[in-house]
Design a protein around this ligand. Sequence first.
Ligand code: FAD
Length: 410
Amino acid sequence: MKNFCVRRIVVIGAGAAGCFCAILLKRRFPQVQVQLLEAGPAPMQKLALTGGGRCNLTNSFAFLKSVDEAYPRGATLMRRALQVFGPERTLDWFGAEGVRFTLQEDGCYFPQSQDAGQIVRVLSRAMERSGVEVRLRSAVRRLEALPEGGFRISGDAFSVDADRVVVTAGGSVRRDFLSFLEPLGLEIVPPVPSLFTFNVAEAPLRALSGAVVEEARLSMPGTRFSASGILLLTHWGFSGPAALKLSSYAARWLSECGYRTPLCVNWLNVSQQECRAMLEALQSAYPQKSCSNARIEALPHRLWDALLGYAGIGVQKRWKELGASALNRLCLVLTDFSCAMAGKYPHREEFVTCGGVALSEVSARSLEAQRFPGLYFAGEVLDIDAITGGFNLQAAWTTAYIVAMSLKID
Ligand SMILES: Cc1cc2nc3c(=O)[nH]c(=O)nc-3n(C[C@H](O)[C@H](O)[C@H](O)COP(=O)(O)OP(=O)(O)OC[C@H]3O[C@@H](n4cnc5c(N)ncnc54)[C@H](O)[C@@H]3O)c2cc1C
């Protein structure tokens, strides 16, 4: 079977980036056929699951010092790209389609409906109205550049020629995932998982399952990797924003070391001097009280008692009884607590792929392949990924917009 049409744009992958890009392209070029090829039985199946079914579709970025904090891979490209199509424009676009939003205290935006299905329906309706052709169960097996120009896209039972191709196949750690790109010889950064929780081999900590530390710093000794924020103690180890961020920052390094590495926890995210001053303040304010009863309030009581134990201080010991060496030990336990990662666990169902098409293969301005004019990439298929909080979907909207606005048809 073979079709040929010179005014055809094919988008590979009907996920967040693919559907958004196809809508923008069709609205921009109504006379051009825009065809979306999707391997699965329905478009946007992953989008429907995002944010635990609520879809955290962007972030205010208000709590970041820089874009680099959100995008461990692709920050340079994203810094510029977000100026073209950032969170405000994302909210405006979906707002014009009738979506209302809720902004959480942590900067995450969700639809007011708290329903990811609403975002899927909005995009589906826009595709239908603009005339995007969606072909489901059409997994692309091969993408090749034709000598006379244009591209041939083939699957098990189809072959389509197109003048322009946008690849938005998302991310996966499956080895054959991007094998359809092999004929092009593009550099692919090997994919590894990102956004996971830490299995920690420290039995006493597991007994503290459920404890929440409001502001901790988790780091990997001997590396540059560290992350701070809320840390949750679970029955398997560490979860919460600090752990997830660290899994993202160190995704490749952790994959290389088999997810086994020493970890260091600063339970208060303060310097040793600051910690020492806090302990001395407690000691002078509550000399008669037991170390368990007068504590640093930022830490849950159960955890505080356990940390006293790690410092060799009995919970009944009074503050006035602690000498300099006990204070030093406690200060070290609070700011430089050693444990070890023994593996990884999923974070609910959410994950993203670190790796994909190397950014050196595309123009940062247009996301067009440097070596194959007319071929574009958007979304997670690129070597761009982010921490949790709506930044991954924002990357999908942003890169899809850039492709749709920079794609030339003449
Ligand atoms: C459970 C879960 C929850 C998440 N929650 C959030 C969240 O709340 N906020 C956030 O910012 N990020 C979230 N993420 C990450 C976010 O969903 C992704 O980063 C985003 O969906 C990427 O969009 P994409 O269009 O690039 O890829 P995808 O959405 O993965 O879409 C790619 C599409 O391409 C298709 N495809 C792949 N290969 C082929 C092929 N060869 N031929 C044809 N079709 C193909 C796939 O079937 C898929 O439909 C979550 C991820 C998961 C797994």
